[in-house]
Design a protein around this ligand. Structure first.
Ligand SMILES: NC(=O)c1ccc[n+]([C@@H]2O[C@H](COP(=O)([O-])OP(=O)(O)OC[C@H]3O[C@@H](n4cnc5c(N)ncnc54)[C@H](OP(=O)(O)O)[C@@H]3O)[C@@H](O)[C@H]2O)c1
Length: 166
């Protein structure tokens, strides 16, 4: 099976989305997201797909989870079930990124072996929250703090977690 990696930016109260968008603008986080995901397949939910301003995400295989049978077009593939997305990516030569939103993080957490989280050190009005709250299966292996600056309005910490084999 391919290796699945979750990538998310998360506020202090587990916020990830508001009104179908990200609650913040953080160019440093977008840059890291691109560096990590370019060249890989990315799996996302239909609502996250709808929220993208540029789609498909360039230089990545875009797989959109949806239960509707309408082709999404625009160079993206669709999967109607987790197992379908797994079958579509079984021959992936490098890790496959699970890029949200909440429903998709939940669905793929059992299959994922790694997580890249950007902790945003502020709280936000939000309607969508990161669903993974139990980190007993996850070990923090690296973190880097980045102070707010002229382009990023909030302090952030880039974290890498690996799943603990039990
Ligand atoms: N902070 C971050 O890192 C981050 C990352 C990504 C997204 N977001 C934000 O999160 C919000 C969107 O998240 P969300 O949880 O509302 O929606 P989502 O997970 O992006 O998409 C939900 C949709 O995906 C499809 N879906 C979900 N589970 C499925 C399954 N098991 N099989 C097949 N299809 C499935 C369904 O589409 P159909 O209705 O078509 O069946 C469902 O309505 C937005 O605000 C977005 O900006 C934040």
């Amino acid at each position: 099976m391919a290796l699945y990696t979750i990538i998310a930016a998360v506020g202090e109260n587990n916020e990830i989305g508001a009104g179908g968008r990200l609650p913040w603008s953080l160019p440093a986080d977008i840059r890291r997201f691109k560096e990590l995901t370019i060249g890989h397949a990315v799996i996302m939910g239909h609502r996250t797909w709808d929220s993208l301003t540029v789609r498909p995400l360039p230089k990545r295989r875009n797989i959109v989870m949806t239960t509707s049978h309408y082709p999404i077009g625009n160079g993206a593939e669709t999967a109607g079930k987790v197992q379908e997305a797994v079958a579509m990516t079984q021959n992936a030569e490098n890790e496959v990124f699970v890029i949200g939103g909440a429903q998709i993080y939940s669905a793929f957490e059992p299959l994922s072996h790694k997580m890249y989280l950007t902790r945003v050190h502020a709280s936000f009005a939000a309607d969508t929250f990161f669903p993974i709250k139990d980190f007993s299966n996850w070990q923090l292996i690296e973190e880097n703090f980045v102070s707010k600056n002229h382009e990023n309005n909030f302090d952030i910490t880039f974290q890498t977690y690996e799943k603990i084999d039990k």
